[in-house]
Design a protein around this ligand. Structure first.
Ligand code: PHE
Length: 341
């Protein structure tokens, strides 16, 4: 079913690259969703990403209790492009121009491939942008908020699965050590967890060494025999094939759109592996950015909001258990209820 309010696809006049802005829903308020900048085999793959990711943002904002809907921007670079220099700035300007035309119905922020400095560039064309650096008047990088919220979610997962929220002495496989995954790994290490970590970029091995974590390949980390698997990179990693090979007791991570298809949640359930819906786990970025920039909240208030992700997830697990449904079905039912559907 097509449920998006609006999708704009445009050859960026400044950059010549495809700019896609998807507004899924403004039912609860202006749509929010980051700007993804990466290469795609074909631009249609970027469109598919924008379609799925923007819909997930609607559920993310609804379950986070935010007065916002879901959207997403994708800058779909051709496969051979290097995303820096003049092309990067031009493409970000093009995205800003499209966002400005939406007159506040949608605001963007960082996502895979973009950070606070890029938000300054987008901000040269529109004011509807979160997470500029603090010096530039924004709330800065959203990944610390996402990581803190993820760890709150992981505590709820440990509580539900093992009877104690503490990560101390538990084992986690963190797949992806980017801005969010790297921080999650660090927070877990500080809390006394045992870690297996992986990233496609070999440079990140230095973090593994620093944290005393076992370094392995992303494929091996996916099937590591750990308490909790933490997908923290790109989406689509949970497929019928990977789910059959899992050796973890639970899956919960901040990567967006982890399931290749909704039905994969049923396969996880059938294997007795609870999956924490990614749109619940990863809400810390939007939660912290809007708390600081729109509601001018104190650090204590922001921390309380991030901790509340644990309560949301616990409620999801409790409902799922009570009704004999997957956590995914329980979360979606609650999101739909909040959206009045
Ligand atoms: N990348 C963030 C997410 O997926 C999007 C975001 C962060 C949007 C901060 C606005 C502000 O949730």
């Amino acid at each position: 079913m097509f449920s998006h309010e609006r999708i704009i696809i445009r050859r960026g006049p400044e950059s010549g690259v495809p700019i896609i802005v998807a507004v899924h829903s403004t039912k609860l308020g202006p749509a929010l969703g980051g700007c993804r900048l990466k290469t795609y085999g074909q631009w249609q793959d970027g469109l598919a990403d924008a379609v799925r990711l923007s819909a997930a943002m609607t559920d993310k904002c609804a379950l986070a209790g935010l007065p916002n809907g879901g959207g997403k921007t994708v800058i779909a670079l051709p496969p051979d492009a290097t995303p820096d220099g003049a092309l990067r700035a031009a493409a970000l300007h093009d995205a800003g121009t499209v966002i400005e035309e939406l007159s506040g119905q949608y605001a963007t922020g960082p996502d895979v491939g973009t950070g606070p400095d890029d938000m300054v560039t987008i901000g040269e064309r529109t004011s509807h942008v979160f997470c500029r650096p603090v010096e530039a008047g924004g709330s800065g990088d959203s990944s610390p908020g996402t990581a803190t919220g993820t760890v709150a979610a992981l505590r709820a997962v440990c509580e539900a699965r093992f009877g104690s929220p503490s990560p101390a002495g538990r084992s986690f496989a963190v797949v992806g050590l980017g801005r969010v995954g790297g921080r999650v790994a660090r927070l877990l290490a500080e809390a006394g967890a045992k870690l297996v970590v992986a990233d496609v970029d070999p440079v990140r091995k230095s973090l593994a060494d620093e944290l005393g974590a076992a370094w392995t390949s992303p494929d091996e980390a996916m099937t590591a025999p750990v308490d909790v698997l933490v997908p923290a990179a790109l989406g689509g990693v949970l497929t019928p094939t990977t789910v059959a090979a899992l050796r973890c007791a639970a899956v919960a991570g901040p990567a967006n759109n982890q399931l290749d298809a909704p039905a994969t949640a049923d396969l996880l359930h059938a294997r007795g592996i609870p999956w924490a819906p990614d749109y619940v786990v990863s809400a810390g970025g939007v939660i912290s950015a809007t708390a600081v920039e729109l509601h001018h909240e104190s650090p204590q208030q922001v921390t309380a909001r991030l901790d509340a992700i644990a309560g949301t997830l616990t409620a999801v697990f409790t409902t799922a258990e009570r009704d004999g449904i997957t956590p995914s079905a329980a979360a979606l039912a609650e999101a739909h209820r909040r959206l009045g559907q």
